[in-house]
Design a binder for this molecule. Sequence first.
Ligand code: FAD
Length: 468
Amino acid sequence: MVDVLVVGGGNAALCAALMAREAGASVMLLEAAPREWRGGNSQHTRNLRCMHDAPQDVLIEAYPEEEYWQDLLKVTGGQTDEHLARLVIRESSTCRDWMRRHGVNFQPPLSGALHVARTNAFFMGGGKALVNAYYRSAEALGVQIRYNAPVDSLELEDGRFKAAYIGDERIEARACVLAAGGFESNREWLREAWGQNERGEWPADNFLIRGTRFNMGVLLKFMLDAGADAIGDPSQSHCVAIDARAPLYDGGICTRIDCVSLGVVVNRDAVRFYDEGEDFWPKRYAIWGRLTAMQPGQIAYSIIDAKAIGRFMPPVFPGVKADTLPELAEKLGLDPATFEQTLRDYNASCRVGTFDHTALDDCHTEGVTPAKTHWARPIDTAPFYGYALRPGITFTYLGLKVDDTAAVRFNGVPSDNLFVAGEMMAGNVLGKGYTAGVGMSIGTAFGRIAGTQAAAAACTQTLAKSTT
Ligand SMILES: Cc1cc2nc3c(=O)[nH]c(=O)nc-3n(C[C@H](O)[C@H](O)[C@H](O)COP(=O)(O)OP(=O)(O)OC[C@H]3O[C@@H](n4cnc5c(N)ncnc54)[C@H](O)[C@@H]3O)c2cc1C
């Protein structure tokens, strides 16, 4: 029998597998995806948010614990567990040497990734390279890896893990780490979670999934049905505005539309609905998917002019381009009269001071609702561009409640051999909202804890057996 069974094949699972193996346990990792699609959402990532008290290789200046915590507190509106959040923050300051030892390299941010050179360490080659490095290291250390291995249920006894099932196949282990992602790929579950709105629409029918198609939430559902303590609201997720032309799954980072704060956003009725300049983009991009989901038809349009070009990471598909605003409205299928009125009102309300996209500048609107509080400049320089936006689900926040040992809990009692990491428990730290790079911080911190704990639990059982 293997000591530690790890279910999942993304960052959290790999961190758990590597730590358990380093602690001397025999480890098997079960990845639902085939080898070429391994790595879950982690294969799409770019960076990790890291606390640091002084400049550190690719990270400039300092990003102290308190500032990181305040950022999390702000974006979650207090829906976070301070103890667990601070644990993640502290772990983020020390994990990178370990990551390097397993082949992960870092680089400064690419141009266009504004505001994050201080806070986020970028993976050289992106998440795909990180995942490949971890798999290579795991193989070299003797972790048994199985692909096309979707676990559909577990055998539990009094809160203890006994075995996992892939169809009829029963796999026993002394301890188990669940790191099988959220339920973002499960469109039926998303539909149920979001329900029907006051217009009679099912908003989730218009969502796109930014990452893997394999995070169906099978084990999350199994554990909730088995009575594991839950955390988080099923309708809360990391949800960003992406290009409406993106594929249903795995569009990844390049379908994100990053020019929102440089222009205005209108809905299907050609009216604005939210402050596009509320805060720096890395602290705000994750609310725009939800904002778009609340609009009629779950669609919105990001509008910019020539002044914005070169100031944001260009998405993979070119924007719809026009020489005049009425022409742009027509090409986007918006009512030209309302669109022109919206743009006229906005342009007239702009109080342009000193434009600076790297600071919360003094360019703002006056007398228009909603206000644009920073980076407000008239949209008046041809050519004009428009991007149709759809909600792009990154990952869901409903998960299993944990303490700082990463143990799954039943009625407040921690299991002594079943642990959870990554998206399956991220809701403990992220009740809502998001700040760039914290998903990987949570998965790395709790993956490492879960792996260590699982190895210790397996070892305790082996010792107990050998002394009886
Ligand atoms: C486009 C995109 C960009 C992102 N960029 C960033 C970023 O730059 N920084 C950041 O911090 N976060 C980012 N995120 C979020 C980040 O991907 C997640 O927070 C993180 O990867 C979660 O890791 P995980 O291991 O929990 O889940 P995943 O990496 O999704 O891994 C889950 C794994 O479980 C497997 N699985 C699912 N069900 C089963 C089953 N029943 N049996 C066996 N295996 C199963 C899946 O195949 C997959 O391998 C991004 C996400 C996306 C989609």
